[in-house]
Design a protein around this ligand. Structure first.
Ligand SMILES: Cc1ncc(COP(=O)(O)O)c(C=O)c1O
Length: 389
């Protein structure tokens, strides 16, 4: 190893040592799916409270079947970007299906949610654009703002007065984009979409809402909280969570779709989604509108669980959905709780800064339709025992 390489490696080792000392070191674990809500983590069976597979579609036979069908028809790879030879027929039929479900003129599929946020926002902004992001926006949304030519700022979480206060003078900006999530990924609370729409309309801003954790679970036909609204310019969502597979979409006007096909690097310079994934997405869009009962059960279980946890004295923040944080504050307590739960047979990793704000380390519990009331009760008992320890 050269001296320069040695110094660089030492630099990264030092940074890792700081993370380790701060109890913030992350590590990969080997996961194998098991029956029902069980997964094997490094070979050990645990009840999974970390999955975003809210409707348990990742193992649904109809998704697997359509994936296999599409592999047989189109092969395993899409061969190129959608602008070259990658735009196989299912893309546009899925986009039409999705647009009809979302109630928008058009939709556009992109490889991942991270890529969509990081590149669509940058494509929509220039140096005369002000970008206003909710403070708790996902890292990919912030990356989109940071990598754009626009001037970005953050407003206090879900605080419309603060958003209004941050909106710059018309002389400084020609355009504004307001960015938020409909269901916040680490808190499970819901944005005030009516108030955001009113503010966007009043200031002539474009509203961009990330529906990663709402798609499949909330709204008309499970299509998210922006479904059927014509006052949200752009909604984005992922297929890797409640939709059970992978990929992302933008729901928007036909003009914005065409603009993104021309100007969005995440679409232009990236290999199109593979056929197997398109098959799973296509089947998920057929099934999700029919899953009203499962959605209702999921949200009722979440409500029941939240009230049990609150009754036991745990801080579940402002959660109103299937995502329930147990906010403990300091990193070591969060790690301790996660490891106690793991010993008791549950997988619910600690979430620490920088993923969440300083002083708000937590264990993030996400519920799926595979959880039974018995699982929830057993988890409550373990949480109570941890507290008593
Ligand atoms: C709110 C939010 N947006 C975007 C993403 C990224 O989506 P994907 O996993 O498809 O890259 C995530 C995933 O963690 C998310 O939670």
């Amino acid at each position: 190893m050269s001296a320069a390489m040695h110094d660089l490696t030492a630099h990264y080792s030092d940074l890792l040592a700081v993370r380790r000392n701060d109890a913030r070191l992350r590590a990969l674990r080997e996961i194998m799916p098991g029956p029902g809500a069980t997964i094997y983590v490094n070979g050990r069976p645990l009840i999974d409270f970390a999955s975003n597979d809210y409707l348990a579609l990742s193992t649904h036979p109809a998704l697997a079947q359509r994936s296999i069908e599409y592999i047989n028809r189109f092969g395993v790879g899409s061969t190129a970007s959608r602008l070259l030879s990658g735009n196989i027929a299912p893309f546009e039929s899925i986009e039409r299906k999705l647009a009809a479900l979302k109630g928008t003129e058009a939709a556009l599929l992109l490889p991942t949610g991270f890529q969509a946020n990081a590149t669509v926002i940058a494509a929509l902004s220039d140096n005369r654009t002000q970008i206003l992001c909710d403070k708790l926006s996902h890292q990919s949304l912030l990356l989109g703002a940071q990598s754009s030519e626009g001037r970005w700022t953050r407003f206090a979480h879900n605080d419309i007065d603060h958003l209004r206060h941050r909106i710059g003078a018309p002389s400084d900006f020609e355009r504004r984009i307001i960015i938020t999530e409909s269901v916040f990924s680490m808190d499970g609370d819901i944005a005030n979409i009516d108030a955001l729409c009113n503010t966007a309309t009043e200031f002539g801003a474009l509203l961009y809402i990330d529906e990663a954790h709402a798609t499949g679970v909330l709204g008309v036909c499970g299509m998210g909280l922006t479904a059927g609204r014509n006052d949200v310019a752009i909604s984005m969502g992922t297929f890797g969570k409640a939709c059970g597979s992978f990929g992302a979409y933008i729901a928007c006007t036909s003009e914005i779709r065409e603009y993104l096909i021309n100007f969005c690097g995440g679409l232009v310079y990236s290999t199109a989604l593979p056929p197997a994934v398109l098959g799973a997405i296509d089947a998920a869009l057929d099934i999700i509108p029919t899953m009203e009962k499962q959605r209702q059960m999921l949200l009722e279980n979440a409500e029941h669980f939240r009230s049990r946890l609150k009754h036991l004295g745990f801080d579940t923040g402002l959660s109103q959905t299937q995502i329930i944080p147990i906010i403990v504050g300091d990193d070591r307590s969060a790690v301790d709780l996660a490891s106690y739960l793991e010993d008791a047979g549950f997988f619910a990793p600690a979430i620490r800064p920088p993923t969440v704000p300083e002083g708000s380390a937590r264990v993030r519990l996400s519920l799926t339709t595979l959880h039974t009331r018995e699982h929830l009760e057993r988890l409550c008992t373990s949480m109570r025992n941890w507290r008593a320890n």
